[in-house]
Design a protein around this ligand. Sequence first.
Ligand code: AMP
Ligand code: DBH
Length: 541
Amino acid sequence: MLPDLDHTPWPPEVAAHYRAAGYWRGQTFGSLLTALTAAHAGRTAVIGEEARWTFAELDDRAHRIAAGLVARGIRAGDRVVVQLPNVPEFLAVIFGLWRAGAWPVFALPAHRESELRHFAGQAEAAAIVTVGVHERHDHAATARAVADDVPSVEHVLVLDTPEWAELAGTAPRELPDPDPEGVAFLQLSGGSTGLPKLIPRTHDDYLYSVRESARICRLRPESVYLAALPVAHNYPLSSPGVLGALHAGAASVLSPRPDADTAFRLIEREHVTITGVVPPLAAAWVQAAARTTRDLSSLEVLLVGGAKCGRELAARIGPALGCTLQQVFGMAEGLVNYTRLDDPEELVLGTQGRPISLDDEIRVVDEQDRDVPPGETGALLTRGPYTIRGYYRAGAHNATAFTADGFYRTGDLVRRKPSGHIEVVGRAKEQINRGGEKVAAEEVEDHLMAHPGVLDAAVVAVADQYLGERTCAYVVAAEGAAPTAPELRKFVRQRGIAAFKVPDLVEIVPAFPVTGVGKTSKRELRAALSELAALAPDLKG
Ligand code: AMP
Ligand code: DBH
């Protein structure tokens, strides 16, 4: 079994190559912000609904927060769960943590007590940074409940409180710059087994992907990036995201919500040039664009990714929004693919792009890990200068999530074009992609199994017109029990998990179909979904 390392390093000769090739440049996020501020001090860096900060203001805030965190006992290498909505403070907090040498653990606003307890516990976090009530949820109360359960958590820091104002007002001080090859933060994976795994990303590796993303998306100081999706997610954070925008000296607008009304208002107000959405949102924006009175003419590029963008939708985006479509297929574990802005239409509409780096190694393999012939479908394996070699403290999981020679098993089924462009054709992992929000089947199954009336549970994807996929939970009731679908959905919600993980459909069945070796056949369950009514009696056996 592999050891439970915080960070699985790249082999030394591979790391030497990444340095020599100029991918890893020995810069930290803190020193990047210092350099950006020197170059762009008076330019706008970040725009919220009300606030508008220059690079110099963001830099000053990050310095003060770093000093305030250190004064409260946060040390280099400490993990700090950050659960913030799309507000400018998000950037001040993460750069503050980076300057203090602490590692942000990026939770999403949608996460609830169960997930936060897992992140804080798994990371042995020293603190949680969050907000008070946001979108009718009391995040501060949730964070305090988590702190009560997780002994390592000593501080719950809540934005917009007197305590926070004091911390954020601390006099700046010089702090040692952390190791650029060391871990910078823990990102979350959508997961396919159990609870989400934590992904250790280094300053060097992540900055490489951010720098190249900014270049590939042609960001320049005059660009304006709109973060419509939750900014802690890897996609709006780095593909090219708010970090790519900062890197280019450009401004980022943080949208409180992703809906067309809010986003279009901000596009018009701030002359947004580029943004990124998931396919269902792209579809909603395409519809809304037909009747909007907002001026969207500043928009040059719309990135679409997180889930497969079908050709039909892809073809409608440019004409409807008056901009160039750029497909992006990425993962928090590393590898990011983009269609290029000068790619022929056939590739832009029909593929999910090609890798960022010439040193992104791609293998497309069959079930025995043998390369399939060029152009045929297989499972995507990858390794490269910004793809992790192991999850955080997850030796046993790493043994199966990676090949012995360090390739990450993405779980995606793909085909490769002669140009190197990748078409995503399906998935081999037990994950439901709910319009870009990933749901690990096992995590939801475990919550269902906690109900006394549930003997067995299997969660599968069901095709959905809007989201691409939704979740369906098949449940076998315990003897003498008769749980109902609404009861089970409520039960799962009350376990304190993100709303997007609560099963959309719950079907109570007498038994599951099994495979030849007696495992629950999810394939048959999925097939059964399309003819549910007719098949239900046959599920016995
Ligand atoms: P995560 O590992 O949670 O960051 O999620 C990454 C996964 O999202 C990938 O492995 C794919 O399954 C899926 N994904 C991301 N972008 C796309 C895309 N453009 N098309 C299809 N699937 C995507
Ligand atoms: O889905 C993702 O995780 C994702 C999508 C697009 C991602 O991590 C990214 C780009 O960087």
